[in-house]
Design a protein around this ligand. Structure first.
Ligand SMILES: Cc1cc2nc3c(=O)[nH]c(=O)nc-3n(C[C@H](O)[C@H](O)[C@H](O)COP(=O)(O)OP(=O)(O)OC[C@H]3O[C@@H](n4cnc5c(N)ncnc54)[C@H](O)[C@@H]3O)c2cc1C
Length: 288
């Protein structure tokens, strides 16, 4: 199993040190519109108490209730691994990012892109109200999110924006490089807090579908690392085609490999998660 597949496997239920953390059943405490197509859902509950404070931007699984349920029926941990409920009760599972965990309030913020009522996660986020139930597992994914280097490239679309925002908040003052964020238009911009000297570029796709946009790759091609810099690392996430094309470019241009290049397709235009899941893992397992 490759490292990245192993990471993905950990998403299902994170190993938190030697103790495995079972899925947590949480409730919505607040829902806020961050931009026209981004909804911040704040979750809390007794089960959140030992959630780690230092994994903002990390991956989590979310377990959505089925149409006939108020609460999702969560998988449990057995001696041989995860035990899923029977098919009629099995929750719809999606992957999201920790936008922020606030230990003092015991609140977890997750930002959902709103892309339609009919998609399970987006549709749930559109309707969510205080008191609604959601299951989560994790956090998982690489730690640190961005491999240490002298100069960095970070790129992503709106699905990657929660992780990018979290990442930027953590970067030290001396971190330099470029951040490329693709959204439909200016109304989807968010204020980004960072102590770093990363240059932030907002890119506007307009009516172009995400799967056909080359905006991020085109913009990345316009920058070059400063002459005195040796070590480069990159973090790329978002729509499948954009991620794969950027990954291939960065690999060829800067010689990046799995060690210093996080390149994870978060979704694929035209495919739901069930239809895309296996292909994502093939892409992640490709040699680079
Ligand atoms: C590690 C990881 C972290 C992620 N973090 C986040 C996050 O923090 N916030 C977030 O919003 N998403 C995040 N995603 C992406 C999210 O999991 C997908 O967008 C997922 O498909 C949404 O599920 P859904 O039920 O809404 O739509 P699905 O049922 O999966 O898809 C239904 C249809 O909607 C399309 N679609 C899916 N996502 C989008 C989109 N964003 N814009 C337009 N069309 C879309 C699909 O192509 C399909 O045609 C992350 C994914 C991964 C792998």
């Amino acid at each position: 199993m490759s490292n990245q597949t192993a990471e993905a496997a950990k998403l299902a239920i994170n190993h938190n040190g030697p103790k495995r953390t079972p899925p947590r059943l949480l409730q919505v405490v607040k829902t806020e519109c961050i931009s026209p197509h981004m909804q911040r859902i704040t979750l809390s509950g007794d089960a959140i108490k030992d959630f780690p404070e230092d994994r903002n931007g990390a991956h989590i699984k979310v377990f959505l209730p089925l149409a006939h349920q108020d609460k999702p029926v969560l998988p449990t941990l057995g001696p041989k691994g995860i035990i899923w409920p029977p098919k009629e009760e099995k929750p719809i599972t999606r992957t999201y990012s920790v936008r922020k965990y606030r230990r003092e309030k015991e609140e977890l913020e997750v930002d959902f892109v709103l892309h339609g009522h009919d998609s399970p996660a987006s549709g749930w986020a559109l309707k969510a109200k205080p008191g609604d139930f959601l299951g989560i597992a994790g956090p998982g994914g690489p730690d640190p999110l961005l491999a240490p280097a002298d100069w960095h490239i970070i790129a992503g679309d709106m699905t990657a924006l929660p992780a990018i925002s979290a990442l930027l908040e953590e970067l030290p003052e001396y971190t330099s490089g470029h951040v490329f964020i693709e959204v439909t238009d200016e109304s989807e911009r968010q204020p980004l807090a960072t102590r770093s000297v990363m240059e932030i570029h907002w890119l506007y796709r307009g009516n172009l579908t995400a799967g056909r946009s080359t905006l991020q790759l085109d913009a990345i091609k316009q920058v070059d690392k400063p002459e005195n810099i040796e070590a480069v690392s990159a973090w790329v996430a978002g729509e499948n085609n954009a991620v794969v094309n950027i990954r291939n470019y960065l690999k060829a241009k800067y010689g990046l490999t799995r060690k210093n290049l996080y390149a994870v397709p978060y979704w694929r235009d035209g495919f739901d998660e069930e239809g895309y899941h296996e292909d994502r893992h093939k892409v992640m397992d490709e040699e680079y």
